[in-house]
Design a protein. Sequence first.
Length: 135
Amino acid sequence: MTLVNYLAVLVCAIIAMGISYFWYSPFLLGKMWLDSMEKSEEEIRKDFKPLKTYGISFISYLVIAYSIARMMIYVNATTVSEGMRLGFLCWFGFTATTMTINALLEGKSLRLVLVDGGYHLIVFLIYGVILGAWQ
């Protein structure tokens, strides 16, 4: 039986944290994300709790990477391309749809779904690459 490569899972989570730093920075989509949030920068800063936010995010990234790694074992996906396909399918089937439903119910903009959903798509594809390469 194939085992989960825990080092690959850890690397996935670390990379996801790094990608989020750039994705939501003013250099990429930070301004668009901020405009889509319908809150001022001051409001977001006031509510921001770095230790809680980054800690829970990191744990969540670990859970996502571990779950994709387990699914790769179940479906015997052992290559980068198979990992990317599974990452895309997980994103499309679970993340994109859930985010869209939540945005509709909460009255959020489609632009916010595109910014956040695009970030998760990139992360899931990179997870597929890393997990597929290290399988």
